[in-house]
Design a protein around this ligand. Structure first.
Ligand code: AHR
Length: 487
C-alpha cells in the first residue's frame, strides 16, 4: 500500500466554515414534501403537525442548519396566500414544472416555519419573482416577521401564530435565466433591485438577501448582475451546479448502472465546482469585497428510476453519490472564504436525497451518512491542510479538508475516489498535538446502495486511526470516505 504524506497546521486558520454550508433544499417536487416530509396531521405515521417524526429526528441528527423552500422552479409559480388558513379552503393549483400534479397547498408557510422551529434550522425562503408581484413578496415578509399590528401580522395571528417567526435567508427568485422567467441578466438585475427594496427588516429581523446568480459557467450573468447590484442590495448571489456524468442534461445516465469510466467522469464533473467557484468569485471581486456565493442547488442528477414519474426526479443513491458529497463538501470548506451557504438538492425522495421514505419506513442514503460524518465542520475554522496527492483516471484520488472548532477539536475529512488503490495517510500536525483520534469510515462497492430490503448496506463504521509522534496515521481504502475527530 502506498503512503501519502499529509500535513495540517493548526496555527494557520484560513476562514470560517459557516454551518449553512451543510444546508438543504426541499421543493414541492415529486415526493419531497407530500408523501415525504409531510404526511398530514391525521396520518397513522408518527408526526408533529403533519411532519414525519423520523424525518425530524434524522434532520436533527445531522444538525441541519438551514432548509430552502418552496423551490426551485416551483417558487416562481408559488403564491403564498394559497397556502395559509383553513386547509379545506386552500386553493388548489397545477404543479406545471413537476409532473403536472395537483398541489393542494396543505403544506404552506405556517407548516414550513413551524417545522423549521421543531428541527432547529434556519428557514431559507425563495420568493416568487417570475410570476409574482413586489407587493406579494413584501406582504409575505410582513406576514412572517412583523411583530406589531398590521394587515399581514393580523392575518398570521388569525391563522394561529401570535409571534412572528425569524427569517434570515431570502432568495429573490430562482433560476430567473430559465424556469424563473427566462430573463436576461440586465432585466433580472433591475427587477432584483426593485423587489428587494420592499423586503423590509421588520421587528428586529434582519434579512440576508440573495440575488439569483448564474447557472454553471454563465460568467456573463455574474458579470452583468454584479455590475448592477451592490452590497446594499444583496449579501450574496446564488450558483447552481449539478453533477451530471455525461455533462449532457438530456442523457444523464443511470444512478446505479454505470461503468468505471462513467464513475470517474462523475467525480471529474463534481470536482468542476471548485473552478466554477474560483472563476465566479474572481468576477464578483471586481465589484465587491463582501458579497458571498450561495451554492443553493448542487448534487448528482441522474435519469429517474425505471417506472417512476419522470417529473418526480426520483433516483437511487450509491457509494458514488457519497464520494461526490464528500469531495463537494471538502471543496465548499476549502472555499468557505467566499461560499457562505450550500444546499444539497434535495432533502427527501428527490435527486441526491438524504433520506427516502416508503409508507412508514425511512432509510438514510450514503449521502446522509457523509453529512453526518462531516457535521463537526459546522461553524469551525478551516485549517491549512495538504495531501501529497496522486492521480487516478485523470482525477486527483484524494480530497480532504480540516477544521478546528471553538474547543480546539479537529475534524479531518478525507475521500479516496480511486476504485483500485488503498492508501495509507501519514499526516503531520503542526501546532496543537492531538492525544486522541476517533475515526469513522463509509465504504463499499461503488454501485452499492441502501434500499428498503437492505437499508443499512452502507453505514459508517468505526475506523482505526493512530496517534503518532508527529500527528496521525490511518488507511484510506479505495472508494471510501473517512472522518477523524482529534482531541
Ligand atoms: O432541483 C430541481 C430543479 O433544478 C429546481 O427546481 C431548479 O431550480 C433546478 O433547475
Amino acid at each position: 500500500m502506498r503512503t501519502l504524506n499529509a500535513a495540517v497546521n493548526t496555527f494557520d486558520k484560513r476562514s470560517h466554515i459557516n454551518r449553512e454550508i451543510y444546508g438543504h433544499f426541499s421543493e414541492h417536487l415529486g415526493r419531497c414534501i407530500y408523501d415525504g416530509i409531510f404526511v398530514g396531521e391525521n396520518s397513522p405515521i408518527q408526526n408533529t403537525n403533519g411532519v414525519r417524526n423520523d424525518i425530524i429526528e434524522a434532520f436533527r441528527q445531522i444538525k441541519m442548519p438551514v432548509l430552502r423552500w418552496p423551490g426551485g422552479c416551483f417558487a416562481d409559480e408559488y403564491h403564498w396566500r394559497d397556502g395559509i388558513g383553513e386547509k379545506a379552503g386552500r386553493k388548489k393549483m397545477v404543479n406545471t414544472h413537476w409532473g403536472g400534479v395537483t398541489e393542494d397547498n396543505s403544506f404552506g408557510t405556517n407548516e414550513f416555519f413551524n417545522m423549521c422551529e421543531v428541527i432547529g434550522c434556519e428557514p431559507y425562503l425563495c420568493g416568487n419573482v417570475g410570476s409574482g408581484t413586489v407587493e406579494e413578496l413584501a406582504d409575505w415578509i410582513e406576514y412572517i416577521t412583523f411583530d406589531g399590528i398590521s394587515p399581514m401580522a393580523d392575518l398570521r395571528r388569525k391563522n394561529g401564530r401570535e409571534k412572528p417567526w425569524k427569517l434570515k435567508y431570502l432568495g429573490i427568485g430562482n433560476e430567473n435565466w430559465g424556469c424563473g422567467g427566462n430573463m436576461r441578466p440586465e432585466y433580472y438585475a433591475d427587477l432584483y433591485r426593485r423587489f428587494q427594496t420592499y423586503c423590509r427588516n421588520f421587528s428586529g429581523n434582519e434579512l440576508y438577501k440573495i440575488a439569483g446568480g448564474p447557472n454553471v459557467d454563465d460568467y456573463h450573468w455574474t458579470d452583468v448582475l454584479m455590475s448592477i447590484i451592490n452590497d446594499s442590495h444583496a449579501k450574496a448571489i446564488s450558483l447552481h451546479y449539478y453533477t451530471i456524468p455525461s455533462g449532457d442534461f438530456w442523457n444523464k445516465g443511470s444512478a446505479t448502472k454505470f461503468s468505471d469510466e462513467e464513475y470517474y467522469k462523475t467525480i471529474a464533473q463534481a470536482l468542476r465546482i471548485d473552478r466554477l467557484i474560483e472563476k465566479h468569485s474572481a468576477i464578483m471581486k471586481k465589484y465587491s469585497d463582501n458579497m458571498k456565493l450561495v451554492v443553493d442547488e448542487w448534487g448528482c442528477w441522474f435519469n429517474v428510476e425505471e417506472g417512476t414519474n419522470p417529473g418526480f426526479l426520483f433516483q437511487q443513491n450509491t457509494m458514488r453519490d457519497a464520494i461526490v458529497a464528500a469531495v463537494s463538501l471538502n471543496i465548499f470548506n476549502q472555499r468557505s472564504d467566499i461560499v457562505s451557504m450550500a444546499n444539497l438538492a434535495q432533502a427527501v425522495n428527490v435527486l441526491q436525497c438524504l433520506v427516502m421514505t416508503e409508507g412508514d419506513k425511512l432509510l438514510k442514503t450514503p449521502t446522509y451518512h457523509v453529512f453526518d460524518m462531516f457535521s463537526t465542520h459546522q461553524d469551525a475554522e478551516l485549517l491549512y491542510s495538504y495531501t501529497d496527492n496522486t492521480e487516478t483516471n485523470g482525477i486527483p484520488a484524494v480530497s480532504q479538508s480540516v477544521s478546528m472548532d471553538k474547543d480546539g477539536k479537529i475534524t479531518m475529512t478525507f475521500a479516496n475516489a480511486s476504485l483500485g488503490e488503498d492508501f495509507e495517510v501519514d499526516c503531520a500536525i503542526v501546532g496543537t498535538a492531538p492525544k486522541k483520534a476517533e475515526a469513522r469510515i463509509l465504504t463499499g462497492d461503488v454501485r452499492a446502495f441502501n434500499d428498503f430490503t437492505s437499508p443499512e448496506k452502507l453505514v459508517p463504521t468505526e475506523h482505526k486511526a493512530d496517534i503518532t509522534d508527529k500527528g496521525v496515521k490511518f488507511t484510506l481504502p479505495k472508494c471510501s470516505v473517512v472522518s477523524i475527530l482529534l482531541s
